[in-house]
Design a protein around this ligand. Structure first.
Ligand code: SF4
Length: 407
């Protein structure tokens, strides 16, 4: 792609920011995120790079006043490796450009059970972090071992207790399903145990064998076989059933929340609201442009330093910024419509029936009618009238439906 960056002048300042911490003590065999291995991360260099990245956005968009934030999300990688001091310094970097009300901001930080010690949890809470997302993934030691995680099930439970002891009232627990058949697990028991952890929010992710990961290579060589569709579907539907029965609302394809505990930051993505992403691989959305940073930490660090040295910001034809902002796309017309359908269908909010009117009608049948018959889509009464919403069985087929609707 040519990197003649569009002008961002006049873009509305975002009310949400994502910061990527690209460090982990070791790399899990299935991980395709932007992660560098580091037992003690280069926090100084990372913070300086994030500060320059943030300055670049403000200069490119011509924002001169601090922007008000509703949500902050620090993800990774392993943000808990920042410790209390690193998170405090990150807050200082963000405060150079943003303002937030500690009483109303949603400030999430991801943590791994092994590096979230009591001091980290307490210092984060004192700083204003008010939501922790714990990378639990499984509550079975053999499964955690197969995944290459550093913690065991007891460690995951201790991490939940530490969060509560530190005063966190909003916890998310991530769980992985759809593992190969060679991994023996009782998924039903694990979901029940996860439910008993008492987290306000659970996120379920299906394992994928990404290319260029150890898992991807094993699958390519035929040494590991990913599960059949029916196992994947069975586990997803079983978890949806167990969690809904326990009072969690299944409000997005992967997300379950107790009343009042939905993730506001993620809603900003699903609503198509503007957000900034800082750090390697982070995506930003300044409508109508989605722009993403270079993927790897070392390339990001070099690019950000070069951008600062040449004082080139991504307002024109690239310069030093071109290698930092790796790519961009314009979300308009048919693309914008496709995104609206996809984002609407992935949440409980669903779509207005009019949103589904096809622009091209080359398909021989109406997929929506067929999906309603199969109970993959339902009509519900919303505050603004009739809406259509996917059922859990429909969410399993969401990509197929969106592809059909996109023509
Ligand atoms: S902890 Fe998460 S980000 Fe880090 S290597 Fe494992 S899967 Fe990747």
């Amino acid at each position: 792609m040519s990197l003649a960056f569009p002008s961002l002048r006049g873009a509305a300042p975002p009310r949400s920011v994502y910061v990527h911490v690209p460090f982990c003590r070791h790399r899990c065999g299935y991980c395709a995120f932007s992660v560098a291995r580091a037992s003690s991360p280069p926090v100084d260099a990372w913070l300086e790079a994030v500060r320059l990245d943030l300055d670049g956005w403000f200069e490119a968009a011509g924002w001169t006043e601090p922007a008000e934030l509703d949500t902050i999300y620090v993800g990774g990688g392993t943000p808990s490796l920042l410790g209390g001091a690193g998170m405090e310094r990150l807050a200082g970097v963000l405060a150079e450009r943003f303002r937030w009300d500690p009483g109303s901001v949603e400030w999430t930080a991801e943590a791994n059970p092994t590096s979230l010690d009591p001091e980290v949890a307490e210092s984060w809470r004192a700083l204003g972090v008010n939501r922790i997302s714990l990378g639990v993934q499984s509550l079975d030691d053999a499964v955690l071992d197969w995944l290459g995680r550093e913690h065991d099930a007891a460690g995951a439970r201790r991490a939940v207790e530490r969060c509560r002891d530190a005063g966190f009232e909003r916890l998310n627990v991530d769980l992985l399903f759809g593992l190969p058949a060679e991994v023996r697990r009782s998924w039903r028991r694990e979901v029940s145990e996860a439910r008993e952890l008492g987290a306000e929010h659970l996120s379920l992710y299906g394992l994928t064998a990404e290319p260029r990961t150890p898992l991807g290579r094993r699958v390519e060589l035929g040494r590991t076989v990913m599960p059949e569709d029916d196992r994947y579907a069975r586990e997803y539907l079983e978890a949806a059933d167990l969690l809904s029965g326990a009072g969690y609302e299944h409000y997005e394809v992967s997300s379950f929340a107790r009343s009042g505990h939905e993730c506001r930051h993620n809603w900003c993505y699903w609503d198509g609201a503007p957000y900034l992403g800082l750090g390697p691989s982070a995506h930003s959305f300044l409508p109508p442009y989605r722009i993403w940073n270079v993927f790897r930490w070392d390339a990001y660090r070099r690019a950000v330093t070069r951008m600062a040295a040449t004082e080139a910001v991504p307002t024109g034809t690239g310069g030093g910024a071109a290698s930092l902002r790796e790519g961009w796309e314009e979300i308009r017309g048919a693309r914008a419509r496709l995104e609206r359908v996809w984002l609407g269908l992935r949440t409980r909010r669903g779509l207005l029936p009019g949103d589904l009117v096809r622009e091209s009608s080359s398909a021989p049948e109406d997929p929506v009618a067929r999906w309603m018959q199969a109970d993959w889509i339902r009509e519900v009464e919303g505050a603004d009238g009739r809406r259509i919403r996917l059922t859990p069985a429909g969410w399993l087929r969401m990509d197929e439906l969106v592809a059909r609707l996109a023509g």
